[in-house]
Design a protein around this ligand. Sequence first.
Ligand code: HEC
Ligand code: HEC
Ligand code: HEC
Ligand code: HEC
Ligand code: HEC
Ligand code: HEC
Ligand code: HEC
Ligand code: HEC
Ligand code: HEC
Length: 454
Amino acid sequence: MSGPPMTAVAGIAALVLLSPALAAARAVTSAPPSDRVAAPAGPAARPVAPAAAKPARDSCATCHLETGDDRLANPVKAYAGDIHLAKGFGCTACHGGDPNEDGMEAMDPKKGYIGAPDRRRAIQVCGRCHSDARFMRQYNPSLRVDQVTEYATSVHGRRLREQNDPRVATCTSCHPAHSIKPPSDPASSVHPLRVADTCGRCHADAKAMAAYRIPTDQRDKYRRSVHWKAMSVKGDLSAPTCNDCHGNHGAAPPGISWVGNVCGQCHSVQGELFGRSAHARVFTDIGVPGCVACHDNHEIHETGDAMLGLGDEAVCASCHKPDDKGGRTAVAMRGLIDSLATEHDGARALLTRAEHAGIEVSEAQFDLNGAKDALVKARAAIHGVTVDAVKQEIDGGLAIAAKAHARGVRALEELRFRRTGLAISVVIIAALIAALVLKIRQVDRRQAAGERQA
Ligand code: HEC
Ligand code: HEC
Ligand code: HEC
Ligand code: HEC
Ligand code: HEC
Ligand code: HEC
Ligand code: HEC
Ligand code: HEC
Ligand code: HEC
C-alpha cells in the first residue's frame, strides 16, 4: 500500500487538528439539512461559521482512515484538497453527526447524522449554505447564491424534480463531493479547461445517454471548434466553454432568453448588425436558429471569405439562388470584399519589395493597416446583409490602399533611379581604373627601357 501524497497527509493532519471547524460543524450538525431526520434546530436553521467555535477533535476522519476500507477512507483523503476544508469545515458540515464521539455513536441520527445524502438530498445539503446570502457573505461577498434556484430551472433540475431521473446531473456530478474546488483552480472539475470533460462524462457517453433522443457529439465537436482552440492553444480563457453558453447551472446566462442568443454577448458587433437585419426578423418566424444557422453551435470554425457568396463553401448558397435578392446581395458583397483584399495585398507586396531594397516606406506600411481594418469591418458588416453597409467600408479601404499603392510605385521608381545612377557610376569608375592601369604599365615600360639604356 503506497502512502497518500504529501498534500493529502498535510490536509488530513489539518483535518484531524482543525478544531474550530469541528465545533462549528457540530453547530451545523444540530441543524441537518434534513426533512426526515428529527433534529433539534430543523432544516431552516442557519449554518454557523467555523471561526466562532471552540477546539475539538474529528473522530470521523480518524476512524474512517483506520478502517482501511477504501470506500470509507477515500473521502477523507480526497477532502484534503477541498475548498470546504480550507475554509474550516469538517465532515459534519454535510453529513451531520458528532465528531467528539470516538465510537459508532458519532453517526447517530439523533445527533443529526444523515449518512451519505442521495441525489435529491445533496441539493438541500449544499443549498443550506450556498443559498444563504447572509452566511456566504462572511466568506465571499461576491459569490453568487443562486445555484440551487438556477439549477431548478435547468433541464437537469426539472427532470430530477419531476421524474426523479437518476441520470441527470446534480451538484455532486459536476462538483465531486470530496474534492470541490473553486472554478479558478486549474485542478477544479469546473475550471474552464476541464468543463467540457466534466459535462462530457455523461454527454459524450452514448450508453449513459441511450435513453434520450439527443446527440452525444457535443464535446467532440466543441473540441474541434475555434473556441476550444482559442482557449487551449492561445490560453484565451475568455472564449466560451459549455457553461458560458448554457449557463453555469443550466439556466441561460443573464439577459439571454435562449442559448442561441448568447453569441452576441461576446460578438457584440455581429450581434447588433444581425439583430437589425432582414434575417433576424425572418429567421425567428421560420424557426432558423440565428448565428447557429451559418456557424453551427458546437463546431464553430474560423471564418473566411469563401463562406460568402454562392460558391461551394458559401453558407448563403444553402438558402439563396443566383436570381433572388439574397443571392445577388451575397455575390455583390463577396465581390466588394475580394476587390479590397486584392488591392490591399498588391499594395502590401509592393511596399515589402521596396522595404527589402532598403527604401524607407514604414509610414506607408503603417497607413495601409487602415485598409486591413476596413476589411475586418466589412467582414463584420456582411451580417446586416445590405450591400451599402459593406460598400461604405470597402470604399474607405480602397482609397487607403490606392494611396499606399502609389507610394509603393514611387518607391520603386526611386529604386530604379538609384540603380541607374549606380550603374553609371560603376561604368565611370571602371573606366578610370582601366585608364590608371594603362598609365602604370606605360610608366613601367618607360622605366624598364631607361634602365636597359643605362
Ligand atoms: C468508530 C469509527 C467511525 C467513526 C468515529 C465514524 N465513522 Fe462513519 N463509518 C464507519 C463505518 C465502519 C462505516 C460503514 C458502516 C456503515 O455504513 O454504518 C461508516 C460509514 C459512514 C458513511 C457512509 C454511510 C453510507 O450510507 O454509505 C458516512 C457518510 C460516514 N460514515 C460519515 C461519518 C461522519 C460524518 C462521522 C463523524 C461525525 C463518522 N462517520 C464517524 C466508522 C466510523
Ligand atoms: C461538501 C459536502 C461534504 C463534505 C464536507 C463531506 N462529504 Fe462525504 N459525501 C457527500 C455527499 C454529497 C455524498 C454522497 C455521494 C456523492 O454524491 O458523491 C458523500 C458520501 C460519503 C461517503 C460514502 C461514499 C460511498 O462511496 O458510498 C462517505 C464514506 C463519506 N461521504 C465520508 C465523508 C467524510 C469522512 C468526510 C470528511 C472527511 C466527508 N464525507 C465530507 C458530501 C460531503
Ligand atoms: C457548511 C456550509 C457549506 C456547505 C454545506 C457547502 N458549502 Fe460549498 N462553500 C461554502 C463556503 C463557506 C465556501 C467558500 C466560499 C469562498 O470563500 O469563496 C464554499 C465554496 C464552494 C465552492 C467554490 C466557490 C468559489 O468560487 O470560491 C463550490 C464550487 C462549492 N462550495 C460547492 C458546494 C457543493 C457542491 C456543496 C454540496 C455538496 C457545498 N458546496 C456544500 C460553504 C458550504
Ligand atoms: C451541470 C454541471 C453543474 C451542476 C449540476 C452544478 N454546478 Fe455548480 N458550477 C458548475 C460550473 C461549470 C461552475 C463554474 C462557473 C464559472 O466558471 O464561473 C460552477 C460554479 C459553482 C459555484 C461557484 C460560484 C458560481 O456560481 O459560479 C458554486 C458555489 C456552485 N457551482 C455550487 C453548486 C451547487 C450548490 C449545485 C447544486 C444545486 C451545483 N453547483 C450544480 C457546474 C455545475
Ligand atoms: C451526470 C450526468 C450529466 C452531467 C455531468 C451533465 N449532464 Fe447535461 N444532461 C444529462 C441528462 C441525463 C440529460 C437529459 C437529456 C434529455 O432530457 O434529453 C441532460 C440534459 C442536458 C441539456 C438539455 C438537452 C436537451 O434536451 O435539449 C443540456 C443543455 C445539458 N444537459 C448541458 C450540460 C452541460 C453544459 C453540462 C456540464 C456543465 C452537463 N449537461 C453535465 C446528464 C448530465
Ligand atoms: C458557443 C456556445 C455553445 C457552447 C460552447 C456549447 N454549446 Fe451546447 N448548444 C449551444 C446551442 C446554441 C445549442 C442549441 C440550443 C437549442 O437548440 O435550443 C446547444 C445544444 C446543446 C445540447 C442539446 C442537444 C444538441 O446537441 O442539440 C446539449 C446536450 C449541449 N448543447 C451540451 C453542450 C456541452 C456538453 C458543451 C461543452 C462540451 C456545449 N454544449 C458547448 C451552444 C453552445
Ligand atoms: C464567452 C464569449 C463568447 C461566446 C459566448 C461566443 N464566442 Fe465566439 N469567440 C469568442 C472568442 C474569444 C473567439 C476567439 C477569437 C480568436 O482568438 O480568434 C471566438 C471566435 C469565434 C469565431 C471565429 C472568428 C474568426 O475570426 O474566424 C466565430 C465564427 C464565432 N466565435 C462565433 C460564435 C457563435 C456563433 C457563438 C454562439 C453560438 C459564439 N461565437 C459565442 C468568444 C465567444
Ligand atoms: C437558413 C437559410 C438562409 C441562409 C443560410 C441565408 N439566408 Fe438570406 N434570407 C433567408 C430568408 C428565408 C430570407 C427572406 C426571404 C427572402 O427574401 O428570400 C432571406 C433574406 C435575405 C436578404 C433580404 C432579401 C430581401 O428581399 O430584402 C438578403 C440580402 C439575404 N438574405 C442575404 C443573405 C446572404 C448574403 C447570406 C449568406 C451570408 C444569406 N442570406 C444566408 C434565408 C437564408
Ligand atoms: C447568414 C449567415 C450568417 C449568420 C446568420 C451569421 N453569420 Fe457570422 N459570418 C458569416 C459569414 C459568411 C462570415 C465570413 C465573412 C467573410 O470572412 O467574408 C461570417 C463571419 C463571422 C465572424 C468572423 C468575422 C468577423 O465578423 O469579424 C464572426 C465572429 C461571426 N461571423 C459571428 C457571428 C455571430 C455572433 C452571429 C449571430 C449574431 C453571426 N455571425 C451570424 C455568415 C453569417
